[in-house]
Design a protein around this ligand. Structure first.
Ligand SMILES: *[C@@H]1O[C@H](CO)[C@@H](O)[C@H](O)[C@H]1NC(C)=O
Ligand SMILES: *[C@@H]1O[C@H](CO)[C@@H](O)[C@H](O)[C@H]1NC(C)=O
Ligand SMILES: *[C@@H]1O[C@H](CO)[C@@H](O)[C@H](O)[C@H]1NC(C)=O
Ligand SMILES: *[C@@H]1O[C@H](CO)[C@@H](O)[C@H](O)[C@H]1NC(C)=O
Ligand SMILES: *[C@@H]1O[C@H](CO)[C@@H](O)[C@H](O)[C@H]1NC(C)=O
Ligand SMILES: *[C@@H]1O[C@H](CO)[C@@H](O)[C@H](O)[C@H]1NC(C)=O
Ligand SMILES: *[C@@H]1O[C@H](CO)[C@@H](O)[C@H](O)[C@H]1NC(C)=O
Ligand SMILES: *[C@@H]1O[C@H](CO)[C@@H](O)[C@H](O)[C@H]1NC(C)=O
Ligand SMILES: *[C@@H]1O[C@H](CO)[C@@H](O)[C@H](O)[C@H]1NC(C)=O
Ligand SMILES: *[C@@H]1O[C@H](CO)[C@@H](O)[C@H](O)[C@H]1NC(C)=O
Ligand SMILES: *[C@@H]1O[C@H](CO)[C@@H](O)[C@H](O)[C@H]1NC(C)=O
Length: 494
């Protein structure tokens, strides 16, 4: 789509150039120099035709971003975004240009919204050149050796061969790869890959604070926790450490292979390789290997499973907070309660008290608080009597209660949680149909959802993003495609 538009534009620009009455960029060029600007459908292309740069609007988004993509890959694939947190809405009246020795983006009202921000000379000889390796370099035309700035030092979510993810010892700063917010929004997302200062392993953080994955230390050949790296004839990884910085870089043993490493919106780092025969990106490796190892992937009151897509569901009695975000594979907003709790509501005083729904075989949420009581019944009432208490668990460790939102739940991890819900969320007694549904449901889903006596309500029930409940309810085993997905996520597909 985008590529086609751009090439047809390049075509028409040739005519314009022929008559040479524009002050804009010469197309097919790989360079932006002083007194030139790029806007609208204009692009620059690297000398060997590998990469292209211009304004790009992802999916149904209404915003444009100065982006770089593969020019030779038929599926439009973005590798770098300049103004990821400052989009523009009209590409025809916005420009990318050299201004006072920097590469800048001016928006519709000619306000500066992005800049390479260097104290360079204000010389007119500064140029920006798009390289065939996907590195956009700003340099002084009269001194081409030392770049003033380069996009490889400011990656977005993609680490290309030849680039690096470094830790700068002098400034104590990290270059990091940061995921997009969702599949149509390149703004800074929750997940980031960093090179740790100590012992040089790579780590992935959730929201810049919570570490949920590490590569383990580098032993000279591989990272200790990434055995996939052994017997690897595709990627030439190397580690550099000097007084200024430490970093990894990689190259392809066979430079004609197109490959990229991304910090994906799934919270996984993925190495993908382009297969021209199938015209698809092939997943080589995804880390962490299991989706549910990604911290809080399903957001508050969400529950993660490693097997069936979507990997996130809402807990019983909850619906996705933003179905739109869920559709774009961003589950981090989690779920919201369907029926308000009674607790603390004086005007509803004569209604039935809140109750607890049993969720078996789950990983318990983050941040439990321990309560010194001697029985399950006392544990239950200590939760019921505190309006901020949303769940409890009673097991060999005694009584735990949760105050506030529940985070980081996962299916199939052996524990039992009692979730506080409004009484109306529970089935009324004596309906045979309801009981049958409950049995089926429980067998497949560990009683994650309360069973309903009334099937209509059941269908709008557990708030599963884009899959209707009934499709889950009657599914007894995984389809072949799902099995493949599970295996692919498990790791290595060649
Ligand atoms: C830019 O590309 C779009 C999509 O192909 C096209 O509709 C539009 O007319 C082009 N604009 C110009 C000024 O060529
Ligand atoms: C850019 O424009 C300024 C003024 O319009 C002019 O003085 C200068 O020579 C131009 N530079 C180049 C490289 O064309
Ligand atoms: C964009 O919107 C159209 C119509 O609203 C819809 O059919 C299409 O699936 C959407 N595309 C994406 C990627 O969400
Ligand atoms: C341009 O950016 C400035 C600063 O962010 C903003 O105040 C202004 O509204 C933007 N102009 C348009 C037309 O969006
Ligand atoms: C630019 O110059 C200012 C003042 O001389 C200095 O404080 C700042 O650190 C410099 N920035 C860079 C990126 O060199
Ligand atoms: C991420 O951290 C910031 C503060 O650093 C906080 O304001 C924000 O709510 C956090 N995001 C989530 C999803 O928790
Ligand atoms: C692997 O990378 C290192 C460091 O970049 C380089 O010196 C070496 O020549 C590369 N090996 C091959 C076989 O490409
Ligand atoms: C470290 O930085 C200093 C100052 O910028 C530079 O002179 C030196 O060559 C750098 N060392 C290496 C190994 O790059
Ligand atoms: C989400 O996707 C489903 C199915 O693709 C669609 O029916 C629904 O309208 C979408 N919702 C939003 C808010 O985009
Ligand atoms: C309290 O209960 C009443 C009646 O059920 C309901 O209309 C009201 O919204 C509730 N208030 C709160 C704060 O939940
Ligand atoms: C609920 O429990 C929390 C944590 O133990 C405590 O801080 C809070 O004061 C309690 N609230 C009430 C109303 O007891």
């Amino acid at each position: 789509m985008g590529i086609k538009n751009n090439s047809s534009f390049i075509f028409s620009i040739f005519f314009l150039l022929f008559f040479s009455f524009i002050n804009h960029l010469s197309h097919g060029a790989d360079t932006i120099s002083a007194n030139q600007s790029l806007s609208g459908n204009q692009t620059i292309t690297s000398a060997g035709g590998n990469f292209e740069l211009g304004f790009y609007k992802p999916g149904n988004s209404s915003f444009y971003y100065i982006s770089m993509w593969y020019a030779k890959v038929s599926t439009l694939t973005i590798v770098w975004v300049a103004n990821r947190d400052n989009p523009i809405s009209d590409k025809y009246s916005s420009v990318l240009k050299i201004l006072d020795g920097n590469l800048v983006i001016l928006n519709e009202s000619q306000t500066l919204i992005w800049s390479t921000n260097q104290n360079s000379t204000t010389s007119n000889s500064v140029v920006a050149v798009l390289g065939d390796d996907g590195n956009l370099i700003l340099r002084d035309g009269s001194n081409s050796y030392q770049p003033i700035w380069q996009s490889f030092d400011h990656p977005a979510h993609t680490w290309l061969p030849g680039g690096k993810i470094a830790y700068n010892k002098l400034t104590n700063t990290h270059q990091r790869l940061t995921s997009w917010k969702n599949s149509e929004d390149p703004s800074t997302g929750l997940y980031s890959l960093n090179l740790d200062a100590n012992n040089s392993p790579y780590v992935i953080f959730w929201n810049g604070s919570k570490q949920y994955w590490t590569s383990g230390p580098w032993n000279g050949q591989i990272f200790s926790l990434v055995p996939e790296m052994t017997a690897n004839y595709i990627f030439n990884y190397s580690y550099q450490d000097n007084e200024n910085e430490s970093y990894f870089t990689y190259s392809m043993y066979n430079p004609s292979i197109i490959s990229r490493l991304i910090m994906d919106i799934s919270g996984q780092v993925q190495q993908l390789t382009w297969l021209e025969s199938t015209k698809q990106w092939n997943l080589f490796c995804a880390l962490p290997r299991q989706q549910c190892e990604v911290y809080d992937f399903c957001g508050q009151y969400g529950i993660c499973n490693n097997i069936i897509q979507p990997f996130c569901n809402c807990l019983a009695g909850f619906n996705p907070k933003s179905l739109n975000d869920w559709n774009l594979s961003d589950y981090s907003g989690g779920c919201v309660r369907r029926t308000e709790l009674l607790c603390g509501n004086i005007t509803a005083a004569n209604q039935e008290k809140d109750r607890f729904w049993e969720i078996s075989n789950t990983r318990l949420p983050e941040f439990p608080q321990s309560v010194a009581v001697g029985s399950a019944a006392e544990c239950e009432s200590s939760c019921l009597n505190n309006c901020s208490c949303t769940a409890y668990a009673y097991d060999s460790n005694g009584c735990s209660i949760w105050i506030g939102e529940l985070m980081n739940l996962q299916d199939g991890s052996g524990n039992t949680l009692y979730l506080r819900l409004a009484a109306s969320e529970f089935p009324k007694p004596k309906s045979k149909k309801g009981i049958i549904i409950c049995v089926t449901w429980t067998r497949h889903f560990g009683a994650k959802y309360p069973c309903r006596h009334d099937t209509t309500r059941h269908d709008t029930g557990a708030g599963v993003g884009s899959v209707s409940d009934s499709s889950i309810l009657y599914r007894t085993r995984l389809t072949a495609k799902e099995m493949k997905e599970v295996r692919a996520r498990d790791y290595l597909v060649e």
